[in-house]
Structure formats: C-alpha cells, structure tokens
Design a binder for this molecule. Sequence first.
Ligand code: NAD
Ligand code: UDP
Length: 311
Amino acid sequence: MRILVTGGAGFIGSHLCERLLLDGHKVLAMDNLLTGTTDNIAQFAGREDFSFIHHDVTNYIFVHGKLDFIFHLASPASPIDYLTYPIQTLKVGSLGTHKTLGLALVKKAGFLLASTSEVYGDPLVHPQTEDYWGNVNPVGPRGVYDEAKRFAEAITFAYRRYHGLNAKVARIFNTYGPRMRADDGRVVPAFISQALSGRNLTVFGNGSQTRSFCYVTDTVDGLIRLMESDFPGPVNIGNPEEMTISDFAEFVLKRIDSKSSIVHRELPEDDPKVRKPDISLAMEKLGWKPVIGLEEGMSRTIEYFKEKLRV
Ligand code: NAD
Ligand code: UDP
C-alpha cells in the first residue's frame, strides 16, 4: 500500500514509518517539525519507497498520486509541548484532523486517528474501558490537548457515519522508547536523562499517581493491527502494567545504578491520579497485547539515551 503518516518525524510516527517500510509498504511522512525532527527519519533518506513532506496539516493538504491509508499522528504530545504550543495543539487536533480526513475522502483511503488516554482526563473509572466518557477540565491547561483529541475523535466518527469513510480511532496510553526527546518533559526521558547525568529525579507531587508504560514497537503493532482489521474502535492501545511514579523513579535509579536522589516538585494542574488501560477490546478485536515488558523496553531505551547523551 501507499501510506501517509502525519507526524511521521515524531517519536511514534518514525517507528510507525519504520515498521510500515519493513512490511513492504510505500511511506510518505508529513510533518512541520514542531516537536519532531528529521533525525528520526534520516535513516530512510534516499530510499525509493520513502519520502518526507514538510507541511503543516492545519493548512490544505495536497498529495500527488494514490493513497491507500492515512495514519494521523500529527500533534504535540508531551505536557510541556502542548503547554508551550496550546493554540497549535488545538488547531492540529481540530483543523488538522479535518484536513487529513478530507484528504482521506478524496483519496478513498482508510484513516486512523492517534487519540489518547487523555480523553479520559483524570479518570473516575479504573482501569479505563472504552465506554467511559471521561473526566476532563475543558478550561484547564491540559484541556488544549484533551479537548482537541476529543474533537478529533468526534469528527473522525462523523466522517465515518456521514461519508462512509473507513475511519478508526486508537486511544494510545503512555508510550516510551528510543527517539523520545531527552527534554520533552515526559517522565521516561526525564528520569533516564536525570539518572544518567547524575541530576536528581524530579517526582511531581508525592509520586502516588500511577501510569502504565507501553514500549513503542508494541504500540505500533497495535496501530497496524487496527489498520488491518474491520474494527473502527475506539480501542485502547497500552500496557496494563501499572505503577506509581515513585516506584518508577526507584526502578530507574536501580536499573541505571545511579547515585542521584529523588526530589519532589509541584504536581502539575489536573495531572491524572491514575491511569491503566483495560485492553480486553484490543485482545478480542485485534488479537493484540503488548509483548515487551518494562525491563526489556527500558533497557533498550536507556541504551539509546546513553548513546544520545554520550554518557
Ligand atoms: P511527537 O511530538 O514526537 O510527534 C508528533 C509529531 O507531530 C512531531 O513530529 C510534530 O512535529 C508533528 N506535528 C505537530 N503539529 C503538526 C502539524 N500541525 N502539522 C504537521 N506535523 C505536526 O509525539 P509522539 O509521542 O510521537 O505522539 C504522536 C501521536 O501519538 C500524537 O498524536 C499523540 O497525541 C499520540 N499519543 C502519544 C502518546 C505517547 O505516549 N507518546 C500517548 C497518547 C497519544
Ligand atoms: N512526572 C514526574 N516527573 C517528571 C515528569 C513527569 O513526576 O519529571 C509525572 C507527571 O506528573 C505524571 C507522570 O509522571 O504524573 C507521567 O507524566 P508524563 O508527562 O510522562 O505523561 P502524562 O501521562 O502525564 O501525559
């Protein structure tokens, strides 16, 4: 197939491009490099089956030739990124999703939206199932991301119902791995780079909040299985192995054998207190579950950051 990946120069997008190329597809990565970098896709440069289009998807999108499928991943994704770019985040979730759906319609292509566990907000149902509608503060700082994605889900399903578009929604939970930016503020690259460089690990709040971390190749495999299935979702894609942020800090210190200490910083506003995907639906409809555990995934990620930070 000939497949477009918006946000293709980002963390997950570049791993998705890599897997699609391995599977024998032709890949076009489209990105405005707001939070991504061409370093992430430099290894595909010069390949006949890969091309990069520097474009902001909130503007009209024109692509030559046929397209069979579009993965729409373009969006700032880390809390510090979407707090730095609140308007761009709202625009890419709304206008960018509209433009990308319009492109899918004219190309008669399938469409997959990379949505997020943030649509559940600070969840009152735990673990989160897809039929839970969420607990989001629309006017809080995180609202720019959460509401943009909620709108993106709504317009994706409207195109499905109104235009009959083969459009799907994946709700991705915290994903980590090589090619995250050391300074993107997300907890995995933050703790690893702090521990590797001997700085203190910054646990926000008392560290009792939980997250469940999924290794990037597992997430990508879930997205591809959703593309290949007849199921529209929304479907949770994440690893249900839940832990507190304090325990995660201890895990990183031990794993890196670091002398760093743990310091506490203020908990960001509206930071979800718990998060864990119920993946029954993904298992049933896609035959998918994650296969890389935290030990293995973290050791690959730590190796990447050692190389990157030259420590
Ligand atoms: P990332 O920041 O590394 O990648 C996002 C990419 O989108 C970047 O390359 C950025 O330059 C690009 N982009 C942003 N605005 C754009 C625009 N207007 N036009 C074109 N390109 C634009 O983040 P990521 O972690 O790889 O996230 C990818 C997608 O997955 C996002 O949609 C995010 O919401 C979703 N997601 C990620 C996670 C996670 O844990 N990583 C969890 C849930 C959902
Ligand atoms: N966090 C932290 N220290 C950091 C970065 C993040 O304690 O240096 C916490 C953050 O408050 C949240 C969790 O780690 O509770 C996960 O944060 P991240 O930004 O990775 O993703 P989120 O799930 O909040 O989008």
